[in-house]
Design a protein around this ligand. Structure first.
Ligand SMILES: NC(=O)c1ccc[n+]([C@@H]2O[C@H](COP(=O)([O-])OP(=O)(O)OC[C@H]3O[C@@H](n4cnc5c(N)ncnc54)[C@H](O)[C@@H]3O)[C@@H](O)[C@H]2O)c1
Length: 314
């Protein structure tokens, strides 16, 4: 079975390639990535063929996707602040990119496509936990582009009979998540600052909550989805219903590192949602054996990976 992973050189993508490489029945793994935020380092020593270029390039997609049984579409420009700085660029990579991938899937009769959307689509809707039937109220260009991603997937299932599985990820963290750029996510930012003895910068008072999800839990669900050919007529939250504040996250990190950490507070960021917690009933129905990785263990793995990388000078 040939599986294509767009965004395969990124954080979640490279963890997925690793998980697919160890799964039974996966014959060939292909990655498509323009290396805009991903890195070749992430794919070192993995049995994967990389097509370097954009998911908006139909010729590149034709080469990569031909003969594939499944496409996992993760290639996108993440980050709410990045999309606020350059909304057209995020729209192009995320919305047009998704449409281009779905067109390639259609041209090549690919059996299944799994896609990454984001909890940010719930946006200003105050209801918790986040059930998929809630009205999306995106408050950033990134969230709008992810809403387009999942809506195109549902439309392709309806119009062309493509088997789709649009998944909403919630604050995924773990090894191989980049900390070294302006738009880094909160966990790698905190871990990296803590490891070099800098204060952790919190936007707002730190009581805002997130459903932090370890990357291994995400890749396990996607591998199972690919092996079983799981599709869904509508979007599915991929998180486990935790509601952890940034202050609690910092306390866990302090426990992992065995020392107190300095914290500085700044103003809240535009486009950020206040609280986030998944309702996981749909996930449980489709993947009864999916398991949440405990936060402490996930942070330990993240700290170990980032420390080893710093030690290796990368
Ligand atoms: N990490 C999270 O917490 C989170 C939460 C919600 C949704 N997501 C979604 O999950 C997916 C993977 O995110 P990630 O955290 O691994 O981010 P990442 O930035 O590490 O990975 C994205 C990858 O896509 C590649 N890419 C970007 N634009 C591209 C283009 N036009 N053509 C080809 N490749 C392109 C990048 O080079 C990178 O390797 C994204 O779709 C993101 O929107 C992530």
């Amino acid at each position: 079975m040939k599986v294509v992973v767009t965004g395969g050189a990124g954080f979640i993508g490279s963890n997925l390639v690793r998980a697919l490489a160890g799964a039974p029945g996966i014959g060939e793994i292909v990655a498509v990535d323009d290396l805009s935020t991903g890195s070749l380092d992430n794919l070192l020593d993995l049995p994967v063929r990389l097509f370097t270029g954009s998911v908006c390039d139909p010729d590149l997609l034709d080469e990569a996707v031909a003969g594939a049984a499944a496409v996992v579409h993760l290639g996108a420009l993440g980050s709410v602040p990045r999309s606020i700085d350059d909304p057209l660029r995020s729209h192009h990579a995320n919305a047009t990119g998704t449409l281009s991938v779905l067109e390639a899937v259609r041209r090549h009769g690919v059996g299944q496509v799994v896609l990454a959307s984001s909890s940010s689509v719930y946006g200003a809707n105050p209801v918790l936990p986040r059930r998929e039937t809630l009205r999306p109220m995106p408050v950033s260009p990134y969230a709008v582009s992810k809403l387009a991603t999942e809506a195109y997937a549902v439309a392709y299932a309806a119009c062309y009979g493509v088997t789709v599985l649009p998944l909403r990820f919630f604050n995924v963290y773990g090894p191989r998540q980049a900390a070294d750029h302006a738009y880094a996510a909160v966990v790698p930012r905190f871990v990296s600052a803590a490891l070099v003895g800098q204060p952790l910068r919190v936007h707002g008072d730190g009581t805002q909550t997130r459903d932090f999800t370890y990357v291994g839990s995400v890749t396990s669900v996607i591998v199972e989805a690919v092996l079983r050919g799981v599709g869904a007529p509508d979007v599915v939250n991929l998180a486990f219903g935790a509601r952890i504040s940034l202050l609690e996250l910092i306390a866990e990190l302090e426990a992992v590192l065995g020392r107190r950490l300095d914290v500085v507070h700044g103003p809240p960021r535009p486009g950020d949602v206040r609280d986030s917690q998944a309702d996981c009933a749909r996930l449980r129905e489709l993947f009864p054996s999916a398991r949440r990785h405990p936060l402490r263990a996930g942070l330990e793995a993240t700290v170990a990976w980032m420390s080893a990388r710093a030690f290796a000078g990368r």
